[in-house]
Write a protein that binds this ligand. Structure first.
Ligand code: PEP
Ligand code: MG
Length: 603
C-alpha cells in the first residue's frame, strides 16, 4: 500500500458505526496483531529494567496459559495439549534466553528483540522438510503475540491516552472500547468491523462518533494527520483541504441543531396519530447511561447488556458489585422498568482476562446462555444479584441466545434454585418478576409458539437474528453490504414471532439496532411490536417518527411490504412511503444522516 503524499487530501469510505462529525488529529494504535511499532535503543543503565519487563511479560503469559488450560470446558479438554505445547514454547531458550541476550547485547527494547528471535526460529522451521513441523511456526507466533500483548499492556493502555485525538486502529475489541478515555478520545476509526459489532454499539453508548470497516485506515493514515470523521455517512477525510473543513464544520452545526430541535420534544409519548402507543426504551451497557436515557425521554430500559462489568475488570465481579450496579439502575429508572439480560459473553464480546477459550467460530460457540449453563457458578451469582435488585424497582430478567425449549427449562431451573436459596436466607426479591427470552437464533423463531408458553415476554434481537438467518457475520466488513434488516426473510421471521406471542398473550419487544432506525419504524409498527428498545440517542428521532404515523396505515402498508420478494424492493417502497409520511425526511441531507445512523444496508 502506497501512502499518499504528505498533506494531500484523501477520502475513505467505511461503515457509519456511531453518529456525529469530528475533526481532529489521528493517533494510531494497534490492538490486533501486535506490530512492532516500537523499535528503540535502550540506554545502558536501563537494560536490566528492560530485561525485567520482558521477564514479567513471560510470567504473565505463563499464568494466562495455565489459567486458560485449567478452565477449558470438558468438551475441548482433549485439546489441552495445544496449551502444553504453547507453555513449552514459552520456556524454549530460543524464545527466552536468546531474547534476553539480544536485549543486553544489542541494547534494544524487548519487543524488537523478541521479534528478532521469532524471525530466527521461523527461518529454522522453514528449513525443516516436514509439513507438520513447519506448520508449528503458527504456534510460536501465537505465543509471541501473547507475550507482545503483555509487553505492550505495560507500554500503553488505551485508558492512558490523554490527548484530544481520533483513534485509528486495525480493530478494537469491545473491551478496548470500554477502556477509552472518552473525555479525551474524540472518536475512532478502524479497518475492520460491521455496523452491529459490539464495538460499534459501544461507541454509540459512549456517544463518540466512529467509522468502522475502512479496510485501509491504518495503512493510509499517519500519526498526527488531520482527519474529518463523519459518523453519519461513514466518510473519513485524511488531511482535508480548507474547503472541506469549512463544509464539515457547517454540516456538524446543522446536524447538532436539528438533533437539538428533535430532542426538545422527546418527552412526549410515542403515540401514533390514531392513538396506538408503543413503548420506547433504551439499550444500555453501563449504569452511567441511565440518566441520559431519562433525559432523552426513554420510557425504561429494554435491554441492559450486562457483559461490560465483566469486561471492565480483571477479576470476575462479585455478587455484591453486581447487585449494587443493578439496584442503582433499577432505582434510577423506576417506576419505568429495566430488562436485565443475563451474561452474553462470547461471540465478539470477549473478556480476555477471564481467559475464556478462544474458539475458531465464536459466534456459533460457547456463547451467552450456553456459557452460563456450563458455568453455573458465574450464572448463579448473576441471578442472585438480579433477583436481589428486583426488590428495588421494576426489574425483568431476560436470557440471551435461546435456541430451544430445553435451554429455557434449564435456565429457569437454575433460577428457581436460586430463588429457593434466597427464600432460605430470607432475602427479599420480586416474586412476580417477569422472565423473558431473546429471540435471535432462527431455531427460536421456528419454536416461538412453544417457547411462548414458558416465558412472560419475547425480545427480538435482530442484530444476531440477521447474522444467523442470513449467514452474515455481523462484524465482517466484507459482507456488511448483505446485512439487510429489510430482507423479506427477516420480516417474515419477526411476523411469525409476533403471532406466536399474540397467541400466548405475551408481549414482544424488539431490541436490535433496527429498532432505532427511522426507516424501519412503520414496518415494525405494522408488524405489531409492543416495545422498541434502542440506543438512547435514537429515542427522540424515533418518537417523533411514531407520532407522525398512523397505525392503521402502517398495518395496511405492511400487507403490501410482506408480499415483496427482495430487500431492495422493500427498501425502495419504504423509503418512498416514509418520505411521503414524514415530510422532513424529504430533506435529503437528513434522510442520509438518518439512514446512516441506523442499520440499513445500502442495497
Ligand atoms: C441483538 O442481537 O439484536 C441484541 C440486541 O443483542 P446484542 O447486540 O447484544 O447481541
Ligand atoms: Mg444478540
Amino acid at each position: 500500500m502506497t501512502k499518499q503524499e504528505p498533506g494531500q487530501q484523501k477520502t475513505l469510505k467505511g461503515i457509519a458505526a456511531s453518529p456525529g462529525i469530528i475533526i481532529g488529529k489521528a493517533h494510531l494504535v494497534d490492538r490486533s496483531k501486535v506490530k512492532i511499532l516500537y523499535q528503540y535503543l535502550i540506554d545502558e543503565r536501563e537494560l536490566e529494567k528492560e530485561v525485567e519487563r520482558f521477564r514479567e511479560a513471560l510470567r504473565i503469559t505463563e499464568d494466562q496459559l495455565i489459567k486458560v488450560k485449567n478452565q477449558m470446558p470438558d468438551q475441548v479438554k482433549e485439546h489441552a495439549f495445544i496449551l502444553d505445547s504453547h507453555l513449552m514454547i514459552l520456556k524454549d531458550r530460543k524464545v527466552t534466553d536468546y531474547t534476553i541476550d539480544r536485549i543486553l547485547d544489542e541494547k534494544i527494547n524487548a519487543e524488537w528483540a523478541l521479534k528478532k528471535s521469532i524471525e530466527e526460529i521461523k527461518e529454522i522451521f522453514e528449513q525443516i522438510d516436514d509439513d507438520y513441523i513447519s506448520s508449528r511456526i503458527n504456534d510460536v507466533e501465537l505465543v509471541a503475540d501473547r507475550i507482545l500483548r503483555n509487553l505492550s499492556e505495560s507500554y500503553q493502555s488505551l485508558s492512558e491516552i490523554d490527548e484530544r485525538v481520533i483513534i485509528v486502529a486495525h480493530d478494537l475489541s469491545p473491551a478496548d472500547t470500554t477502556e477509552l478515555n472518552i473525555s479525551k478520545v474524540m472518536g475512532f476509526i478502524t479497518d475492520v468491523g460491521g455496523k452491529t459489532s459490539h464495538t460499534a454499539i459501544m461507541a454509540q453508548a459512549l456517544e463518540i462518533p466512529a467509522v468502522v470497516g475502512l479496510e485501509t485506515a491504518t495503512a493510509e493514515v499517519e500519526e498526527g494527520d488531520l482527519l474529518i470523521v463523519d459518523g453519519n455517512t461513514g466518510q473519513v477525510i485524511i488531511n482535508p483541504e480548507e474547503r472541506a473543513i469549512i463544509e464539515y464544520e457547517e454540516k456538524q452545526l446543522r446536524f447538532e441543531r436539528y438533533r437539538w430541535s428533535v430532542t426538545r420534544a422527546s418527552h412526549l409519548p410515542a403515540v401514533t396519530k390514531d392513538g396506538h402507543r408503543v413503548a420506547i426504551r433504551a439499550n444500555i451497557e453501563f449504569l452511567e447511561e441511565v440518566t441520559a436515557v431519562k433525559d432523552v425521554g426513554g420510557e425504561g430500559i429494554g435491554l441492559y447488556r450486562t457483559e461490560f462489568l465483566y469486561l471492565r475488570s480483571k477479576e470476575l465481579p462479585s455478587e455484591e458489585e453486581l447487585f449494587e450496579d443493578y439496584k442503582e439502575v433499577a432505582e434510577i429508572i423506576y417506576p419505568a422498568p429495566v430488562t436485565i439480560r443475563t451474561l452474553d459473553l462470547g461471540g465478539d464480546k470477549f473478556a480476555s482476562d477471564l481467559d475464556i477459550v478462544r474458539e475458531i467460530n465464536p459466534a456459533l460457540g460457547l456463547r451467552a446462555i450456553r456459557f452460563c449453563l456450563r458455568e453455573p457458578g458465574i450464572f448463579r451469582t448473576q441471578l442472585r444479584a438480579i433477583l436481589r435488585a428486583s426488590a428495588f424497582g421494576s426489574v425483568k430478567l431476560m436470557f440471551p441466545m435461546i435456541s430451544g425449549v430445553q435451554e429455557v427449562l434449564d435456565a429457569k431451573e437454575v433460577l428457581e434454585e436460586v430463588k429457593k436459596e434466597l427464600d432460605r436466607e430470607k432475602v427479599d426479591y420480586d416474586r412476580n418478576m417477569d422472565v423473558g427470552i431473546m429471540i435471535e437464533v432462527p431455531s427460536a423463531v421456528a419454536m416461538s409458539e412453544m417457547l411462548a408458553r414458558h416465558v412472560d415476554f419475547f425480545s427480538i434481537g435482530t442484530n444476531d437474528l440477521i447474522q444467523y438467518a442470513l449467514a452474515i457475520d455481523r462484524i465482517n466488513e466484507h459482507v456488511a453490504y448483505m446485512y439487510q434488516p429489510f430482507h423479506p426473510a427477516i420480516l417474515r421471521m419477526i411476523q411469525q414471532v409476533v403471532e406466536a406471542a399474540r397467541g400466548a398473550g405475551i408481549s414482544v419487544a424488539l431490541c436490535g439496532e433496527m429498532a432505532g432506525d427511522p426507516l424501519c419504524i412503520a414496518i415494525l409498527l405494522g408488524l405489531g411490536i409492543d416495545e422498541l428498545s434502542m440506543n438512547a440517542r435514537s429515542i427522540p428521532f424515533v418518537k417523533r417518527i411514531v407520532r407522525s404515523l398512523s397505525f392503521e396505515e402502517a398495518r395496511r402498508d405492511l400487507e403490501k411490504v410482506i408480499e415483496l420478494s427482495t430487500a431492495r424492493d422493500v427498501r425502495t417502497y419504504i423509503t418512498q412511503r416514509m418520505t411521503d409520511l414524514v415530510p422532513e425526511l424529504e430533506e435529503k441531507e437528513y434522510l442520509e444522516d438518518w439512514v446512516a445512523e441506523g442499520q440499513i444496508a445500502e442495497q
